[in-house]
Ligand binder design. Structure first.
Ligand SMILES: [Mn+2]
Length: 363
């Protein structure tokens, strides 16, 4: 599959878990507003801890599960989770963080708690390297691929439901392999595909959508702005933060555009999602530069996310911050922020510029 690495890493994981007290209580965590990769990664780690290592494991999440597809996936997995609000940290002896890392600002792990296990595919953070067990594989398209390799190395097979959720998660995380992925993601995907329950898959992929989804979409299309190959949308107040990355993904499909930014406000945060079609770009690094010390964020080469505190919840200052961020991004991409102008979908030519020409302005 990936040489001996999956087996060796799983053996190292096994040694670490075996070295912990058998009565220790584990808490499995991931990033806020968990996506399919995070959800299925937690499900597999819980199964491993319970079934293979006979440990007591609880799954917790922060933020909210907003996307209809993700809610459906939770049902398909039969995932039992508690919300961070209900976690009493002292009840747990071991903490495992998946698809996220300590001190990234995208999870609810208290700053004075260092996780014991970190399994992720984002660029490694200094705080992670000090943890007792760390398996970070930057080149993997999905954390779920790492955990599937663990499960297979333990001699177990994913259930039909898990296989369905895994295939969906790998597809969603890599945009059907159009975005960063690696050999192991393809191998795991091909291995699981025959086990997929197509009826359940259809239920996830074609989940019913609330009216608020269409409202957000409408607002996104009404607030488009663009300068050369960059397209931007500001959603303002949204009822769930997941819509921000979803719109960023959608905008990137606009002909002639190679960068997309979507922003939106939820609670006391302004959320940002950045996407690019350029496989040589470093969106994660660009996101961190954009946020500076104002907020937290990061990502991979072609996708990144982050947040900054909103000045006053619900105030108009949030809108100012949203457009300021877009202008700063334009500057970082060497585009003239003065030419970041509204892009109307209601009128005007269908093809404002030849996509071939726009593609050359890529940075
Ligand atoms: Mn992931």
């Amino acid at each position: 599959m990936n040489g001996d690495l999956p087996r060796l890493r799983f053996e190292a994981f096994g040694r670490y878990v075996h070295g912990t007290p058998s009565r220790a209580s584990w808490l499995i965590l991931t990033h806020d507003n968990p996506d399919p990769d995070a959800l299925v990664s937690m499900a597999l780690l819980a199964r491993l801890l319970r079934q293979v290592f006979r440990r007591h494991a609880t799954i917790a999440y922060g933020g909210m599960i907003g996307r209809a597809e993700n809610r459906e996936m939770v049902k398909v997995l039969g995932l039992e989770m508690i919300h961070m609000r209900e976690v009493s940290w002292r009840r747990f002896d071991r903490f495992a963080l998946v698809d996220s890392q300590p001190r990234t600002g995208n999870n609810q792990l208290p700053a004075d708690l260092s996780p014991h296990v970190v399994i992720d595919h984002h660029p490694p953070r200094k705080a992670s390297l000090a943890c007792p067990f760390v398996d970070i594989r930057r080149d993997y398209g999905a954390t779920a691929t790492i955990l599937t390799e663990y499960l297979l190395a333990s001699g177990h097979e994913p259930t039909r439901r898990q296989a369905t959720a895994l295939v969906y998660a790998i597809k969603a995380e890599t945009q059907d392999f159009g975005r960063e992925s690696a050999g192991p993601d393809h191998v795991v995907y091909d291995r699981l595909l025959p086990k997929v329950d197509r009826r359940l898959m259809a239920r996830i992929q074609h989940a019913r959508l609330p009216l608020s989804y269409f409202r957000n979409l409408h607002r996104a299309l009404e607030s488009l702005e663009s300068v050369s190959s960059l397209v931007v949308s500001h959603l303002g107040e949204v009822d769930q933060p997941d819509i921000v990355p979803e719109i960023a993904d959608l905008l990137l499909r606009l002909e002639g555009k190679t960068w997309s930014l979507c922003t939106g406000m939820h609670g006391d945060r302004v959320y940002l999602s950045l996407r690019t079609t350029n496989p040589r770009a470093d969106a994660g690094n660009l996101m961190r530069r954009l946020l500076r010390r104002r907020g937290k964020g990061g990502g991979h080469g072609m996708m990144a996310g982050g947040w900054i505190p909103a000045p006053r919840p619900g105030s108009s200052e949030g809108r100012t911050i949203e457009s300021q961020l877009a202008r700063e991004l334009a500057v970082a991409l060497k585009k003239n922020p003065e030419r970041l102008l509204p892009l109307s979908v209601a009128s005007g030519p269908d093809r404002p510029e030849a996509p071939e020409r726009a593609a050359k302005t890529d940075s």
